[in-house]
Write a protein that binds this ligand. Sequence first.
Ligand code: GDP
Ligand code: MG
Length: 174
Amino acid sequence: MQQELLFKVLVIGDLGVGKTSIIKRYVHQLFSQHYRATVGVDFALKALQWDDDTVIRLQLWDIAGQERYGNMTRVYYREAVGALVVFDVTRASTFEAVLKWKDDLDSKVTLNHGKPVPAVLLANKSDQVTSQQPNLDSFCRENGFVGWFETSAKENTSIEEAARCLVEHILNNG
Ligand code: GDP
Ligand code: MG
């Protein structure tokens, strides 16, 4: 028999880092230079045939407008089981903000047994830099991220891998 699992996943990070673009690329296979900045919270559903018996529905929660304040309400975080924390490799300030977002996440939601919600770090807009990004393995270990990926919503790089990594960690927490 097929089982279906529904996971609420948050996509957080500073304004303009590419959160909406990553979701649109992942869910609708689209990229555009211009997305209407809808104000509020929006979500998109992505179905994954995980294995023969399991369909996973990822409910990806986007934010628009509120990210300029650097924190979100508890209602937004409620019952989330995973997060993608995004920064823009061309803007250092967005990387510095990553820890603020991680703290906001950890202070407002935990799993049932009190463990932090798994979070994957996305170094987005990797198509815009030619030099190699610094390795973020130790940064992730020190700051409680389960992994990191150099992504590009524009060129469709590593978004699926990042989502798969997150889902694996969500399943291991079950
Ligand atoms: P959000 O505010 O975090 O939702 O960011 P958006 O998804 O609205 O993206 C902000 C801008 O960055 C838009 O002009 C996007 O087209 C652009 N953008 C997003 N992802 C990428 C990417 O991977 N590469 C490049 N070159 N531009 C991107
Ligand atoms: Mg957006």
